[in-house]
Design a protein around this ligand. Sequence first.
Ligand SMILES: *[C@@H]1O[C@H](CO)[C@@H](O)[C@H](O)[C@H]1NC(C)=O
Ligand SMILES: *[C@@H]1O[C@H](CO)[C@@H](O)[C@H](O)[C@H]1NC(C)=O
Length: 184
Amino acid sequence: MMLSSVLLVVLQLCSLQLIVVSRPTCRLQGDLVKSAHDLLKDLGGAFPARCLPYNANILFPRSALSFTVANHMQCGQVLSVVNESLWEAGKIFEDPEGPFPATWDEQKVARFQGLQDRIVEGASCLSGSSDVLTPYFSNVTEILKQQESAACGWKALRRDLVRFLKFTLQTHHTCFIWRSANRL
Ligand SMILES: *[C@@H]1O[C@H](CO)[C@@H](O)[C@H](O)[C@H]1NC(C)=O
Ligand SMILES: *[C@@H]1O[C@H](CO)[C@@H](O)[C@H](O)[C@H]1NC(C)=O
């Protein structure tokens, strides 16, 4: 008697797990990510020549871009890196000790931060976070801490995020949900 009810519970748990496993895969809203990309892109012009020397210390991981090229890359992993990039960028933007360049439009930055929050919230359906960008963000943070290099650090961060988000949205268009027929 006892045994069969235990078995029944076990069977029920198993089927529950099947439901969980087969639930639709997590997708992020492409329109939100594209708007975040557009706002960052609008913030400023070309990367200044005087900042070029800092490029040696700010190398957006090739691995983050090249792995996304490989089509065997699972959408879940791609979206985890998108989450990681915006999450880490969000922390930097929120840091009251390191203000973003005065030439950047505050309203655009605020809208970017709002989108970043919504995207990261939407990413809570992802399983497993990524740390592909950890070395990149720790270098950027170091450069932002020094007064003489901070402005270059911000410009590099903006450039790299714009590039990464554009590349990811194009290469992995189908990993995102699209409300409109948006194209980059
Ligand atoms: C971080 O900076 C070091 C030099 O300080 C450099 O060798 C390394 O490639 C940089 N890494 C990234 C991901 O930017
Ligand atoms: C999003 O990225 C951050 C930073 O890497 C991580 O701590 C967080 O767990 C990630 N969220 C998800 C749902 O993976």
